[in-house]
Each structure stands twice: as C-alpha cells, then as structure tokens.
Design a protein around this ligand. Structure first.
Ligand code: BGC
Length: 745
C-alpha cells in the first residue's frame, strides 16, 4: 500500500472529487492514478464473469458459466453458493476485475418476469441466505460484489422509468429483507441501485432508500453504484447517497457547480467520493497480484457439482429414474444436442466450454438413439421431425424428452406474456407419449413454465432451469443416478398463470406497477387462499427416502426458539434432504400469510445415516411490519412452528407461546368505543366517564355494535355530549396511567 493510498476525499480538488463519483468508461472506475488509485474494472455478473473484450458489445473473455441463479437457487445450499462465489472471485482476480456485478436478488413477483432466471426466489429468506453465501465467497478472494437491483426491480417492462408502487409493509416484508439480510451478514462491497422508481422516486435519487434505510438502519458501510444509465440527475443522486454513476455521463462540472452554489453539501460529496476511494483500497491487494491463474478444469468441475445440485426432480412414477443402464434409451429434443444453459442480456458470458446431454451420455458409455423432434427457432410442429421422433420413441424402453424455452422466449429487457412451453413441443410430448408410455421430460427454462396441462403424459419430470456450461454432464449424472437430485423449488409452479396473485396488475400501466397483491407473493398467496398448485414452493424429490422425526421446538428467549429435528436417510442411496421451517401465526390483528419460511437447512446423508439438525428462530421471524408503529412488531400469542420438505409437505407442527415485544398502539382521540372498552388501562377510564357524565348507551345490540366501531368522541357527541373535549381529557388520564406503570415513553 502506498503512502498516497490514505488520501481523504475531502482534501482533494473539487474537480477530482467529482470525477471519482463517475466511471471513466462503461467498465472502469475513474481512479486517481497520480495519487496511486487505479481505475479498476467492474463488470458483470452475476453467475460468471463477463469481461468485455475491446469495443465489442457482446464479446467477453472466456469464463466459467456457473448455473444461472434460477438454477443455483434450487440448491437451497448457501455453502454451495459460497463455493461458486469463491470460484467467481478467483476468475475476477485473474482478469483484474475489482467488482463483479451481482448477485441479483430481486423477488420473483410474477412468473412472467423477464429476468427471473437471474433472480433467486419468490421468498426473501431463501434469496437472502443463498445470495449471502455467494457474496461471502466472492469477497473471500479480495474482490467485491454488487448486490442488485436495489430495490423493487421485479419486471422488465418499462424498467428504466416505471414506478414500483409498493406499500410500506409489503416493501419491508417482501422486497427489502433479502437485501437487508445480505447487507447485515455478508457486507457486500457495493450495491447497485435499480433503474425503476420506487413509489415515484428514482432509486438512484431515493435518499430514504440509499441513506436512511440502507446506511442508517442497516449500517451499510460500502458503496452504492447506479445501474447502467440509471442516473437522471447527478446532483440529486449524490445527495441521495449514490456514490458512483455508471457509465459516466461526463457531467462532473455540474457536480462542481452545485457544490459552489451551495446546492450540494460538500460533506455529502466527500462521503460519496470517499466510498469510491475506499473501494479501490479494498481491491488493491487482489488487483496487485501478478500472474495469478485460476484452475479452469477445477472451476468446470465446480460448475458441474453446482449444476447437479440445481436440478429438481418433480415426478418419479414407478421409480422410472434413475435410468436402467440395460434399457434402450431414446433421447428426443434439440435441447439435448444444443443446450440452453444461460440467459440473455447483460449476464450472457463466453463459457470456457459447454457440455451437452448427448455428449454426456457418450462420455458415460451409454448408447442412446437421438431425434431432435423440433428446431429451436420454429414455433410450428415439423411433420418430418415429429415422425422421426416417434420412430425413435417406438423402439425404446424409455424416452427422455428435452423440452424448454428457446432463447427468443425470455431475456433481460422484456417480460414474457405466457407461461407456456411452445405449442410444438407440447404437441410432440403428447404424440410421443402415445407411442411410448415411459416418458421422462427434462425442462430447460429460466423462468417457470406451465406443467399441469401435460405432466400426466410423463412418468418422470426434471426441472433443470438453466444449468450453466456443465449442465449437459450434470443432467446425465442425475438421469443415470451418478448424482442424486437434491434441488427444491425456489418458487411455486402454479397450475395456470391466471392463478398467480399478480395477474391483475403485472406489469402495470401508464408508468406505474402497483403491487396490489401486497405481501401475498408466491406461496404466501397460494397457501393462504388454498389455491391448487402444480408443485408447491420448496418441493423436490430424491432417489433416496428420508424420515423427519423427533421434532422439538424449545423457547430460547421471550421471542425466540430453537427447532430441532432428526433426519434419517432410510434408503439404500446417499442423498440430501432440505428441511424447511415455516412460522404460522395463529391469530393477528393484521392480515398475515398463513405461514412463511423462516429457516432451512440442507443435510447430506449416506444411506442409513441420521443427523440431528437445529435451526434458530429469532424475534424478527415472528414479526410483521407495523405501518402504525413504523417498525417491526411481534404480537404476543401462539405461533405454529411447521417443519417439512415443502410449503405443503409439512411433516410435523408444534405450537409455541411467544411473549411479544410489548409494543402497542396507544389509545388516541380517534380510538373507537370498543378499543377503549377492551383496553386494560383505557377500559376503567371509559367506565368512570360513562358513570360521571351519564353517557347514555344503547340497549339494542345492533346499535351497540354500530357504536363499537365508531370513534368514542363521535359516540359521545351523538349522545349529546362534548365528545372531543371528554375524549381529550380521557386521553390525558390514559397517558398519566401509562406513565405510572412505566409504559409511556
Ligand atoms: C443491468 C445490470 C447490469 C448492467 C451492466 C444493466 O442493464 O440491469 O444488471 O449489471 O446493465 O451490464
């Protein structure tokens, strides 16, 4: 480290300071080379390195393409995402990239989201834990991550302008917690703000978001950068807490003038520029390493292991899988030869190699008959290809049929309009299943697809999402049983798109996307309102069988508990089970989802092996966001703790008495008659006044019920008294009583 490296931004020339808060080009920081600060490279992300070569927009240096996030998320394994992160970090070190732009942790609000393949889940706990693993893994190598896109970037339609209109409770409970978890636990070096507006304010200019919540509440110490082209006003952005504009708009003069004119606080600029200097300091040791080379083969092996764990076995009738090596196997579907292994847009990278399923079978020494069945660019059925596929299917014991979304169907930049597979593929499946009733379908898709219409034409179904460059080999590993599938769904597969709670409001109109479903996203909606689903959130089968037994829930504090369970692999195959803990509030003064995932753990067990696992529930796991209290609130009462292997496969449940956090909404001038009467302190005050003032109360039960729902002041006024005056006096007495009991702040 050079002496100059301790430079303080506030001591720099104004022009230098301003220049630090914008890049030097699309992929580099500005730096201050004469003071020892290199303008390091920062580039995509998020599931492999996309380091652009020269001026070519699409060209990038070869890098390992790990499973895209939709796949990796199915692993439910933060240790795995950590290892993938480590490998990505090593590639950054070799390529001298100081920050990799990812992970993307926006919630999959709608199945139609064009970038769902780049995001983790419909659930913030799962997304937060898995992304934290990845962030820690990358950063353990001395390079940074950029947690994106902050916040509520859940659609592609009009993404650079749309306002995500989200009520505070929904924001706090669904769209912010994954960010909060990663910020608090993994400390990402940078965060990327979203393109969209949040409740009318561009994220890049949202001081509440970037400063009050992120830094004030969550204690974030790192740097915030813009999404590419998300800054509309440099000065407003800096004032809001955005350290770095990417790419540069060459408007440093505006920043200088704003400070000179007193329109931008110098101290604020100091802090923003300091964030960029600090980032360069942090990256310096890794960026100064000479001749570092990562092990390309080892990273490829990592990509294969990660892909194996990302595959979800959804159906296995008659134990059709793993395939019997003695069988004659037909492989149908162009995807088996031409894999769809990554998504489109800014995450698109140049892999170091790509394996295919056909290649994988060959390497495994398994002969298969292949027919492409369809082409990837045609939507119509091709009669000649169909006939060929049927012939191959007729002659086989088992057909493995590869279906999926072609590249044209999903990408960054647009949302989908349908959840269905292309018609020609579904028609092929139906035709094939008529000539051979042993069909295993293998899906390649970044975003979720409808399966309910056709899955009964199959005996086996694998959801492989997009698996990265080693997907071909990994799928063969799972099909043959060389690897035991252990993925679980990070999102529900609805029966129909129309069942999804966002159906009436996604992707919005006239510049607004109104999150009308509130906290009822994904399984929170399907499970609470008991909608049928094709496969529930958290679901996934294995070739092994597991028992979950001796579940114990023990209180560890007034509002915390430990959940323990013994998991036993009762089969002959080694495998892994994912134990999920859901918390179900038994009653609440607000509407709450019937249950929510709060903890999970993945256990690897050899055949016959047992393990006792334990998961902790903290106060926050029982809380909801109270808009009135403007904070988290834990109500006292009974909470059901459910343990299972999906949101609908709950093996055991146990009730837990939670003390509550003691917070309450004080009575006030607008409190209703019933609220006064039922309040332990307000009730006696009310009774006193009724007697003292002779307030006449109705005998008739209907009128009494009507009065109960009215503010007390109005009831008294209707009865001929000075309602406002009497209630003001009662509120005073109430506060005195609270104080005496040490309850009033
Ligand atoms: C995307 C970001 C990406 C950036 C740089 C933007 O369009 O939204 O996720 O990191 O481009 O490529």
């Amino acid at each position: 480290m050079t002496e100059e490296s301790h430079t303080k931004a506030k001591d720099l020339e104004l022009q230098e300071e301003a220049s630090l808060t914008s890049g030097s080009d699309s992929w580099h920081l500005q730096g201050l080379t004469d003071k020892g600060y290199e303008g390091y490279m920062i580039t995509d992300g998020p599931y492999g390195l996309r380091k652009a070569t020269g001026s070519d927009v699409y060209g990038s240096v070869p890098a390992t393409c790990f499973p895209p996030t939709a796949g990796l998320a199915s692993s439910w394994n933060p240790d795995l995402t950590y290892q993938v992160g480590q490998a990505m970090g090593e590639e950054c070190v070799q390529e001298k990239v100081a920050v990799i732009l990812g992970p993307g942790i926006n919630i999959k609000r709608s199945p139609l989201g064009g970038r769902n393949f780049e995001f983790y889940s419909e659930d913030p706990v799962l997304a937060g834990h898995e992304a934290a693993g990845l962030v820690e893994g990358v950063q353990s190598k001395g390079v940074g991550t950029s947690l994106k896109h902050f916040a509520a970037n859940n659609q592609e339609t009009d993404r650079l302008r749309v306002s995500s209109d989200v009520d505070m409770r929904t924001l706090r409970e669904i769209y912010l917690p994954a960010f909060e978890y990663v910020v608090r636990n993994a400390k990402p070096w940078t965060i990327m703000c979203a393109y969209n507006k949040l409740n009318g304010v561009f994220s890049s200019e949202n001081r509440w978001l970037l400063t009050d919540v992120l830094r004030g509440e969550w204690g974030y110490q790192g740097m915030v950068m813009s999404d590419w082209g998300a800054v509309h006003n440099r000065v407003n952005a800096l004032q809001a807490g955005l350290n770095l504009e990417m790419p540069p708009s060459r408007t440093d003069d505006q920043v200088v003038q704003a400070v000179q004119a007193g329109k931008l606080d110098k101290e604020q600029l100091d802090q923003m520029a300091q964030g960029v200097l600090d980032l360069i300091e942090k990256a310096r040791p890794a960026m100064s390493r000479q001749d570092y080379r990562y092990d390309v083969q080892e990273h490829n092996n990592m990509a294969r292991r990660a892909a194996q764990e990302s595959i979800v076995l959804l159906r296995n009738e008659d134990r059709i899988l793993p395939l019997d090596p003695k069988e004659k196997i037909a492989v149908i579907g162009e995807f088996a030869r031409t894999p769809r292994y990554q998504g489109g847009g800014s995450s698109h990278i140049t892999p170091t190699e790509v394996s295919s399923v056909l290649g994988g079978f060959k390497e495994a020494g398994i002969n298969v008959d292949f027919a492409p069945g369809f082409t990837l660019d045609e939507k119509e059925q091709d009669p000649a290809l169909t006939q060929q596929a049927l012939e191959v299917a007729r002659g086989a014991d088992t057909v493995v049929l590869f279906l999926g979304l072609p590249e044209y169907a999903e990408s960054e930049g647009f949302d989908r309009t349908s959840m269905d597979l292309p018609d020609n593929q579904v028609a092929l499946l139906r035709a094939v299943s008529e000539v051979n009733d042993r069909v295993v379908a293998v899906l390649s898709n970044g975003a979720v697809v409808t399966v309910a219409d056709w899955m009964d034409n199959t005996k086996g179904l694998l959801e492989t999402w997009l698996l990265g460059q080693e997907g071909g080999r990994a799928v063969v590993d799972v099909l043959t049983g060389a690897a035991n599938p252990s993925g679980h769904l990070p999102e529900t597969i609805p029966v129909r798109l129309e069942d999804n709670p966002t159906i009436t409001s996604f992707p919005g109109e006239e510049g607004h996307s109104r999150y009308g479903e509130g906290v009822y996203v994904g399984y929170r909606y399907y499970d609470t309102f008991q909608r049928p689903v094709a496969f529930p959130f958290g679901f996934g089968l294995s070739y092994a069988d597991f028992a979950l037994e001796q579940i114990a829930v023990t209180k560890t504090g007034a509002n915390s508990a430990r959940v323990e369970v013994t998991v036993t692999n009762t089969s002959q195959a080694d495998g892994a089970q994912t134990v999920q803990v859901y918390v179900a509030p038994c009653s609440s003064r607000v509407n709450r989802p019937s249950h929510e995932l709060k903890a999970f753990t993945k256990v690897f067990l050899k055949a016959g092996q047992s393990s006792r696992v334990s998961m902790d529930l903290t106060e926050r796991d029982f809380a909801y966001w109270s808009t009135v209290m403007d904070g988290w609130h834990v109500e006292a009462g009974t909470y059901r703790i459910q343990v299972g292997t999906s949101s609908r496969d709950l093996v055991a449940e146990q009730d837990l008495q939670v003390d509550g956090d003691g917070r309450f909404i004080p009575l006030n001038a607008e409190s209703t008659m019933a609220e006064w009467r039922e309040n332990s302190i307000g009730g006696p005050i009310l009774r006193d006044r009724i007697e003292q003032d002779g307030i006449p109360l109705p005998d008739d039960p209907n009128t009494a019920q009507l009065f109960d729902t009215m503010p007390l002041a109005s009831v008294i006024t209707l009865s001929g008294g000075d309602g406002n005056g009497i209630v003001a006096d009662m509120v005073d007495r109430y506060h005195q009583a609270l104080k005496q009991q040490g309850l009033d702040s």
